[in-house]
Ligand binder design. Structure first.
Ligand code: SF4
Length: 111
């Protein structure tokens, strides 16, 4: 997202989300954005591993319901890409229905 007006409007609408487990983990959630693979910044395995880990973080997050409500209230053009509220949001703003910890391919690095 490069347009500052859009970014400011998006940030203004983010709820407080007490207990958010992603707080301080922007490095992980940033690595879940598929465009980083398309541009060669990350490999598919790195993106899949990050998504798997981030989805697990969301799954136990006490703010999950509030986060999902906020996400669902955004238009598809305003949704951030990557893992948000326990789903993988594509560049088009829609959930990638097949991207779950169970369906993402394992790199063999997890326990
Ligand atoms: S559900 Fe996920 S993205 Fe939403 S606040 Fe919790 S950890 Fe962050």
């Amino acid at each position: 997202m490069s347009d500052w007006s859009t970014m400011r409007a998006l940030l203004a609408g983010i709820p407080a989300l007490p207990g958010a487990r992603c707080k301080g983990r922007s490095d992980l959630f940033e690595r879940t954005v598929g465009e980083h693979r398309m541009t060669g910044r990350l490999t598919k395995t790195e993106v899949d591993d990050a998504r798997r880990e981030a989805l697990r973080v969301c799954r136990v997050c006490p703010a999950l319901m509030a986060c999902r409500t906020w996400l669902d209230g955004l238009g598809v053009t305003r949704r951030p890409a990557g893992v948000v509220a326990g789903v993988v949001i594509t560049a088009g703003g829609t959930p990638a229905k097949t991207a779950t910890p169970a369906t993402l391919p394992s790199s063999g690095a997890e326990s």
